[in-house]
Design a protein around this ligand. Structure first.
Ligand SMILES: Nc1ncnc2c1ncn2[C@@H]1O[C@H](COP(=O)(O)OP(=O)(O)OP(=O)(O)O)[C@@H](O)[C@H]1O
Length: 213
């Protein structure tokens, strides 16, 4: 199994948010997590990624127990996380953002060019500072940048947040292309049910920190 959570609890300090989360993502699957504002979607991805610690339960990735591993070790095992808000370096160009991710992920700088070439919208703006890009362009850059570290499982936190419909469709196309070309597995968190419907084979609903059956 690419990812397996069993009875996971987590939260912020003394504040419990996620309760008894059990879910799995098989290799090659695109799985969606749907939930309204504040239901714990971001908390779930931060817990899987290692930004927040699991207070109870187990997180497994490809048969390994990653529950207690620090963020960088999970990343090195192939876990990619495109965080909410995109977190592009605003002063660095698109190309430099990509190259920085290659270095951080232990990949050659050539990979930045290869990943840029996958996205027709990025190549022409490779010399532009990240900070001047539109929201949609930043989202595509955030996704492309995550791929620089050669992940096998990519977690996306609300990729359509604040994005106009035309670019939303482009992101759907890009993700489908990545599924075919890079054989990625994806875990997507969204409020947009139609977006998940266009991409995901399976969905979970998160409500007040619990998954609904
Ligand atoms: N740093 C924090 N300290 C304490 N509580 C927090 C913190 N960050 C988030 N929370 C709380 O955790 C709960 C879940 O938040 P989370 O961000 O995971 O929701 P979400 O489903 O991703 O929502 P949204 O769609 O608005 O991003 C909310 O009640 C929120 O107030």
């Amino acid at each position: 199994m690419m990812l397996e959570l069993t009875g996971v609890h987590s939260g912020y300090g003394q504040i419990p948010i996620l309760r008894d989360i059990t879910l799995h993502v098989a290799e090659g699957e695109f799985v969606g997590i749907l939930g309204d504002n504040g239901m714990g979607k971001t908390t779930l991805l931060m817990t899987i990624g290692g930004d927040l610690s699991t207070t109870q339960g187990r997180i497994g990735m490809e048969g390994r127990d990653i529950t207690a591993l620090p963020i960088h070790r999970r990343a090195r095992l192939g876990l990619g996380h495109v965080k909410q808000g995109r977190r592009i370096f605003p002063q660095l160009t698109v190309r430099e953002n990509m190259q920085a991710a290659c270095l951080a992920g232990g990949q050659s700088l050539d990979r930045a060019e290869e990943m840029t070439a996958l996205f027709p919208r990025l190549a022409p703006i490779a010399g532009r500072p990240g900070g001047v890009l539109s929201g949609g362009e930043q989202q595509i850059l955030a996704l492309a940048r995550c791929l620089c570290a050669a992940p096998r499982l990519v977690m996306l936190d609300e990729p359509t947040e604040g994005i106009q419909p035309s670019i939303r469709d482009e992101i759907v196309e890009a993700l489908l292309m990545l599924r075919d070309r890079l054989h990625l597995t994806m875990l997507l968190v969204e409020q947009d049910e139609a977006f998940l419907g266009a991409l995901c084979t399976r969905r979970y609903y998160l409500e007040k920190g619990r998954l609904l059956a």
